[in-house]
Design a protein around this ligand. Sequence first.
Ligand code: ATP
Length: 356
Amino acid sequence: MSEYMIELVNVTKRYGPIVANDHINLKIRRGELLTLLGPSGCGKTTALRCITGYITLDEGRVFIDGKDVTDLPTHKRELGMVFQNFALFPHMTVYENVEFPLRIRNLSKGKRREMVMEALHLIRMEGYEDHYPRQLSGGQQQRVGLARALVYHPKVLLLDEPLSNLDAKLREEMRFEIKELQRRLGITAVYVTHDQAEALALSDRVAVMNEGRIEQVGTPDEIYDRPRSKFVADFIGLSNFIEGAIVSVGEGKAILSVDDLRLTVPALSEMQPGQTLLAFIRPNDINLLPAAAEGGENVFRGVVSKVTYLGDRIDYRIAVGRRLELRVQTDGKVRFERGENVQVKLPVERCKAILE
Ligand code: ATP
């Protein structure tokens, strides 16, 4: 038995001049929840449709559970699907909606009832059998959508932006509910979203997509802490990008010249003096210090150019050196005013380098 439940091999889909999926190679492990994450139009839904069989590939193969399904119609691929717009049948009750996928399979009435009740139990909606979708909240409708996707014990669960029609608070609750359910059932799931917070909270691994290609696949930690490209660093959370030239490399550190500043970053094995390098640091990794504080490695003088109160955090823009404007976020315990002289400390281990 293969370690992977789904494999995309060189999957390519073109729409006229647009390459919606450009030679995608992706292996999804059994029992994992993998998210396809990226901006609108990057090809997430197309990749999902290649797995469902809704579209015909121009190139490449799709395997599910070790079997080549490229030429197999959707209903033979043993998939459960959940969509953004819930897609429940409005004239059918909750029971009938969940039972629907079983009716087109040859199962006895008694067996169908057992499976529907098991699925409703999973999503904690026993007692709602006779309700119609319009009598349910958005969250309940989406749970019924999940029950309908899971009722026939599919091999794979596919979810396309399933929470984007819900309000922010419900979205967060449903995230955990979906994750818990997926883990409990041990089902392999592919989740499409453009919301990076959702992807980080839910996923075992995330595949970040850009212009039809996969830029990086990794655990939420890996893609947040060790993005391999500027695109990934920028898409996953906030970043300050600082471009400089390497002046020296040694003892695990590299020194960058950024105008008249010297920035120390952890060295990468392939670094050479003279190369240009893009360093980045997250706004909440920078320390903001009073102007009178002692200096040190990666401590620079600056002036507060903007202060934005965000409730649980304060967002500062700090003008540093000749051209840099750094974004810094603090918990607000110590406050600084616009126009105030300050110092910023960029702890070396929090500075990351991307060789492009
Ligand atoms: P979104 O988050 O906005 O849904 P996405 O990442 O899911 O975006 P896709 O829907 O996969 O992106 O689209 C990828 C590209 O392919 C886009 O440029 C889109 O315009 C194009 N595309 C998708 N479907 C079709 C189609 N049926 N006909 C023509 N072009 C299409």
